[in-house]
Ligand binder design. Sequence first.
Ligand code: F6P
Length: 324
Amino acid sequence: MQKIGVLTSGGDAPGLNACIRAVVRAGHYHGLEVVGIKRGFKGLIEREFEPLTPRDVSLIINRGGTVLLSAREPRFKEHEFRKKAAENIRKEGIDCLFVIGGNGSFQGANLLTKEFGIPVIGIPKTIDNDTYGTEYTIGFDTAVNNAVDAIDKIRDTSMSHERVFVVEVMGRDSGFIALAASIATGADVALIPEYPFPMHVIVDTVVDALKRGKRFSIVVVAEGVASAREIAGILDEKLKPFDFGGVRYSVLGYIQRGGSPTAYDRIIASRFGVFAVEQFVNGKTDIMVALENGKVVAKPLEISFGRIKKPDLTDFELNNILTI
Ligand code: F6P
C-alpha cells in the first residue's frame, strides 16, 4: 500500500483543516495510507508523525487554525536538517509529501525533491493571496471577510463622530487583502504596495472628500506600505484646518487570520486537496495545485518562486472611481 504524508507550514489560514480533511479522505478513497506530520517542517526533522484515518478528520471542516499545528522552521534552510527530514520521510515509507503552505514552504519542499528525490505536491494557502501562479490561496476569502466585518463596525464610529479612520490590514508585502476589503467596504483610499500613492495624493483625496461634503472617511492601508499610526499622524497634521471629528487609526492584526472559514474557502480547500491526491494517483508529483480561470490545475512547483503576483489594476482603478 502506498503512503502519503501531509503537513501545514507557515502562518495559519482559515481552510487549512478543510484541506487536511480533503487530502486524508481522498487518500483513503484511493486506497492510500495517510500520515499527518505535526508542526510543518519541524515535525519532519523531529519525526512527529501520526496515522490519519477518515474519522480522525471529522468535525474539522468548519474550524480555523490547523489541527496539524504549524511553524516557521528556520533550520530547514540548512542542508543538514533537510537531510534529516528526508531520512525520516524514507524511514516512514512516505511516497509523496503534501505541503499545504505558501512560497517559503514550497521552496523548502522543492529542495527535498531536488536534493533527495522526495516526491512533493504543494497546495497553496496564505491569507495574503500572494503566491504567484495561482489566482487563489486558501484563507484569503475568510481574511477579507474578517477585515470587512471589522471595517463595517469601525465605519459606524467613523460616521457617528465624523472622523477619518486609517485601518491597517495584513498582507505582508502585498495589497490583496487591503484592496479587496477596501472595495467591499467602500473605503475612500486603498494604500497598497503594488500601486503606491505619494502621501500628498492621500491627503488631497481625504481633503477633497471633506470638501465634497463627505464628513467621514476610511483609509485602508496594507501593512506592507506603512503603519496605520504613521499615516494617521500625517493626516492629523495636514487636516488640522478642517472642521471634522479628527483622525483615528486601528490595526486589525491577527483577527484576520482566525475563525471559521467561509464556504468559499472550505470548497476551494476541498477541491485543492482532492485534486492534489488525484495528481499523485496519476503519477504526477513535484507540482503545485493552482486555480486558473476558475479551474483547479497543476503547475510546476518552481513557477511560484521569485515572481511577484499583483492585484488587478482594474480593481484598483475601480476602487478609485467608486470613492467619488
Ligand atoms: O503571511 C500571513 C501573515 O499573516 C502576513 O499577512 C503577516 O505579515 C504575517 O503572516 C505575520 O507573520 P507571523 O505569524 O509570523 O507574525
